[in-house]
Design a protein around this ligand. Sequence first.
Ligand code: ADP
Ligand code: ZN
Length: 605
Amino acid sequence: MSALDVLRRVFGYDEFRGSQQEIIEHVIGGGDALVLMPTGAGKSLCYQIPALVRPGTAVVISPLIALMQNQVDALRELGVRAGFINSTLDPDERRVVEAEFAAGELDLLYLAPERLAGQGTLRMLERGRIALFAIDEAHCVSQWGHDFRPDYLGLSMLHERWPDVPRIALTATATTATHQEIATRLGLTEARHFVSSFDRPNIQYRIVAKQDPRRQLLEFLRGEHRGEAGIVYCLSRNSVEKIAEFLKDNGIPALPYHAGLDDRIRAGNQSRFLREDGLVMVATIAFGMGIDKPDVRFVAHLDLPKSIEGYYQETGRAGRDGEPSVAWLAYGLQDVVQQRKMIDTSEGDAAHRRNLSQHLDAMLALCETVECRRARLLAYFGQELGKSCDNCDTCLAPPESWDGTIAAQKLLSTVYRLHRERNQKFGAGQCIDILLGKKTDKVVQWHHDELTVFGVGADLREAEWRAVIRQLLAQGLLAVEGDYGTLVLTDGSAEVLGRRRPVMLRREPERPVSVAKTAKTARQREAAELPAEVAPVFEHLRAWRAATAKEQGVPAYVIFHDATLRQIAAERPESLEALATVSGVGESKLAKFGSQILSALAEVS
Ligand code: ADP
Ligand code: ZN
């Protein structure tokens, strides 16, 4: 069978997307490939189709142990012979899979990377015929990256032991540094590189000033994502627990996920999130690599991510199905203070700290930009958008920038005078009270009302002063130190105080524009798109799918995606031949579910 035949007959899709065809033909021809493609672009087919076309078994190395079962289930629904070996199998189960492999009865074998460290696995692999090696989540080989897996470093030996077997490494991490590191560490010297555009046009990017994060989150969820599945990221385990509780108390079905939870509970929560509709996962970044749930409608960050790479990966988990989704981040002064402190106290040498600092600075620049967020994001990955995107907060409601030089001078001279005249250091709160001329207990106690700067900042509100400080920190014109986040001057501060440097600041919108105020939830949008007579048919098919998925113990999307059901509802095919033309209906699913679908269609008039 040709690659195109496999695409049509097994997967039920009409045509290849982007550079899939080129990649697939290259690997079928025996070439090595390094594939950089954003989440949801269709990386899996790039090794699954060569697996079916080339003789032998494709060995897929993946760190996503918890997802292997799902991936294998999904392939089996398509009639593909797939199996996996990882630590969740007992010895008997493992022997069955090994025997299937040796007998040439598997098209794909998923392996956890630590398996390859053992001689047993290598000997087992030598007993079968290997079609290709696919190294998924290949950025895990990068030591500076955010998902480093030591076992990945050993993968370069695959080529030494099996020099004639093609290798394809895949990742959704796009920075040039990571890209080069993957090539070097995996020894992919001859590989062809395939780099796709990293734009995800269906994801709307929004970054808001953090005021009352819980209330803001609740408004976001209730206003725009009622009943929808999504992920809320927090920095600490403790805040994960608290936010999950808070959401539950407010009637939103939420589950916690972090590395401190008992293994069984954690795995159970992940599996519920994948299988059930409309759950919100509140998680640390321990959650999510490779989460292939297609209908995650939002990714919310309640704390500032440590780098743009991490942020882009995390937000990329929204909208794999291509439907409208939102990436929402609430960010404030406290985030900057906290992250700077974490860097200052982090282990590792000066170079390591500098590296962390650079990552943070890039993230801060993204938060404070008055330009298109998407353009900034792509520029970070060395790609150009060429226009503004019309689907981020700064494009939809352009923020103004204002000349903040005088405000900056007032703030900086407060810090300066406290230090110079009193030999004191204070945090943001006290400085703002001084500027606003507030006679709080703490101000009176320290006689700060006698400073010449007392009350000189009454022209701005407290929130505006916080924004000024936040942006000065982001621009390096002010710094924080110590456990209490006290403010201190930098070299840059001197330039501002000496009037040698103007300061442009971003104006916070009065009320953060709820860009999607008028946007409906995805379900409502879907329903609205469907003609009135089609909607009930779609709902009926969804109900059939939910029952079938439950019966088979697989997530609903493994049976059929929404897009496939929608097309079936709209076209109402009356024969198996007609049903076979729908995108996403391959031969195996046609044989398995075809007549059930036709009778389900006959049930709705
Ligand atoms: P990635 O691994 O790059 O995040 P996946 O391989 O999970 O993406 O693919 C994302 C979705 O797109 C999947 O549901 C997949 O079935 C679908 N898909 C991939 N290639 C095609 C294609 N050529 N035509 C239609 N759908 C496709
Ligand atoms: Zn934009």
